[in-house]
Write a protein that binds this ligand. Structure first.
Ligand code: PEP
Ligand code: MG
Length: 324
């Protein structure tokens, strides 16, 4: 099996009937880009920049950030790199940033909410990113977006930072896509409206599932409710993908679900354009996809959405197809 996968490192990701989707890697540090390439990633679908902050004793400077972003972009060459702006808060703390004690940190001061409240910090990151943009194919992604106002505010800050760089004669790429993570149900529901303003979506199922099911992703006692295949989750995902396609945009997924071998046939059938996962899952996923054909997975997804009432029924349908 390993030998079969190794042959797929440089192969494009194609279904049995020749449909192409993009298989990307999630990374946490610039060094991880090597593993992404070695495992055949066609892109970086999620660079979690908060590790840059967490591995540091104080706020990383603009230059330190620039070097990190440049390293990833250069390592990937002409392959796209989706960099997520920092997602601190929730379960991720910084020693040098005192955050208020909260009853529900996952529902609290986190990610873009901090960035919009502390634009100084956010602007430093955006400046570093824009400066690095000339070294590759950069895509910028904002996490934890709940409302259009938040997206517009973040985008306005990005535009302001860009204008300042241009005024300083510092080169900036003019082909940077700007997208959002869909990990809050409110954004998934309003995907049609977001799709008119963003360049892409990436579905963060780790959070989207916990917020949709109201089940803490870290709490063992309610883990039975953490259900990627629940029809409600599948319908939200479908809504997001369809909304993006209507506006000529693309949708990826960077939550764990994207590399889950049971979910992959469903997601393909729902029309997901990009799957981003840990590098170690890429080749087996490429292999699985090569054995699936679009009419089959589309029929599977349709059936799951219209006939299944429970996650178990969905899993049964997938198993019936894959073991056929
Ligand atoms: C997600 O929520 O699915 C995601 C990819 O982000 P994180 O796991 O970093 O919260
Ligand atoms: Mg998340």
């Amino acid at each position: 099996q390993k030998a079969e996968w190794a042959k797929l490192v440089d192969a494009p990701t194609l279904t049995a009937d020749g449909n192409h989707v993009e298989l990307a890697a999630n990374i946490g540090t610039p060094k991880d880009a090597e593993g992404a390439i070695a495992n055949g990633a066609e892109a970086i679908g999620l660079y979690r920049t908060e590790f840059l902050y967490m591995d540091s004793a104080e706020f990383p400077t603009e230059d330190e950030q620039y070097e990190a972003y440049k390293a990833v972009l250069e390592a990937m060459g002409d392959k796209p790199v989706v960099v997520r702006t920092m997602d601190i808060g929730g379960d991720k703390e910084l020693p040098y940033l005192s955050l208020p004690e909260e009853m529900n940190p996952f529902l609290g001061y986190r990610a873009i909410r901090i960035c919009l409240d502390r634009p100084d910090m956010f602007k430093t990151q955006l400046r570093a990113l824009l400066r690095a943009s000339v070294h590759g194919k950069l895509r910028i992604m904002f996490p934890m977006i709940a409302t259009l106002q938040e997206f517009r505010a973040a985008k306005a800050i990005l535009e302001e930072v860009k204008a300042n760089l241009v005024a300083e004669n510092i080169p900036v790429s003019d082909e940077i896509q700007v997208g959002i993570m869909i990990e809050i149900p409110a954004a998934a529901v309003l995907a049609d409206q977001f799709a008119k303003e963003v360049d892409f979506f990436s579905i963060g199922t780790n959070d989207l599932i916990q917020y949709t099911m109201a089940a803490d992703r870290m709490n063992q006692q309610v883990s039975y409710l953490y259900q990627p295949y629940n029809p409600s989750i599948l319908r939200l995902i479908k809504n997001v993908i369809d909304a993006s396609h209507k506006e000529g945009k693309w949708t990826g997924m960077c939550g764990e679900m994207a590399g889950d071998q049971t979910a992959v046939p469903l997601l393909l059938g729902l029309g997901l354009d990009e799957f981003s996962m840990s590098a170690s899952s890429i080749l087996k996923t490429r292999s699985l996809m090569s054995r699936l054909s679009m009419p089959d997975v589309q029929a599977l997804a349709h059936k799951a959405l219209t006939e299944c009432t429970t996650a178990e029924e969905v899993v049964q349908l997938v198993n019936d197809l894959v073991n056929k």
